[in-house]
Design a protein around this ligand. Sequence first.
Ligand SMILES: CC(C)(COP(=O)(O)OP(=O)(O)OC[C@H]1O[C@@H](n2cnc3c(N)ncnc32)[C@H](O)[C@@H]1OP(=O)(O)O)[C@@H](O)C(=O)NCCC(=O)NCCS
Length: 285
Amino acid sequence: MLTNYSAYKDLYLKCFTDDTEQDAEFLFETVLKKAERVCEYENGTPIAMLFLMDCRVQTKTESLPFYYLYAACTHPDHRGKGLMSKLLEKAKQKSLADGKMGIFLKPATPSLFDFYAKSGFEPFFKYTKISCSAKQFLSNIEIKKAIAPITQMTLKEWQMRRYEPLGLLTDIYADFEGDLFYSAAAGCTSVFAGGAAIVYELRGDTLLVKEAFCRKGNEKALLSLTGAVLLMLRRENIELRLPAVYSDDAFVGLDPKTDYFSVIWHNDNLNLSDYEAPYHGFAFD
Ligand SMILES: CC(C)(COP(=O)(O)OP(=O)(O)OC[C@H]1O[C@@H](n2cnc3c(N)ncnc32)[C@H](O)[C@@H]1OP(=O)(O)O)[C@@H](O)C(=O)NCCC(=O)NCCS
């Protein structure tokens, strides 16, 4: 356990410039101080670091031990010297020594998929994203007044209830437990109605739906619920993230895009091509 993490937090804030001091403090206090870390130091001060958190990858039959990698960064004065590539190699060795099957992570930007590929991390978990203005969204969906009333769930309820749709809709998913789940879900609200459920947060002018489920064929209820929340919260834009299992036909006019969400590296005991619907779900972003 890291008792004094101020030097690590300073490096984090120097590298992740969109995050505030409060964001960083929350992350270190809730999860990073307890995580395993792999670092490079200069005169005792960290100049490159990454954190590894215990996590599981769930298939239809097994719960596989993995590390989730987060907050990888190199001080701007030391970039391009191979430090992060070296730390990734060390992290891979550590994951095997610690009895994990591998590591997965969500690259902070799309361009970083190539960077991680050089260290053997393959694109794997997918998602479908609908990203548009509230006007476009609302003009392409039907809000059913008659759907069941919108009910709010606590995050604890959501954490327990999401396993059912996860198991039904996907064949492999990342399972964030305990502190990891609560840290990733902090600030989110979860609601359900009409057989659909969404978890959202507000990001400026955008309603960001970080997770959304419904039974296949019931997508209208999901859109209706999202639309009702959008109207209630009066945001300009919406980003809706879904497991990549629904037909695009359900989202006509909304321009859904399916893409890779995160990358994985594993010991050779997992055959990634066996899986049709790999889903990452909640991420720290
Ligand atoms: C990404 C980062 C960790 C790389 O650290 P580093 O110690 O410079 O990495 P290395 O020296 O091993 O590798 C450098 C390579 O990364 C590439 N790279 C760095 N940032 C990149 C980006 N945003 N997109 C694509 N490639 C990137 C460099 O172009 C360089 O490529 P090259 O090897 O072909 O010359 C560092 O740039 C950083 O801290 N960025 C800000 C925080 C961040 O985004 N972290 C990633 C979180 S998922």
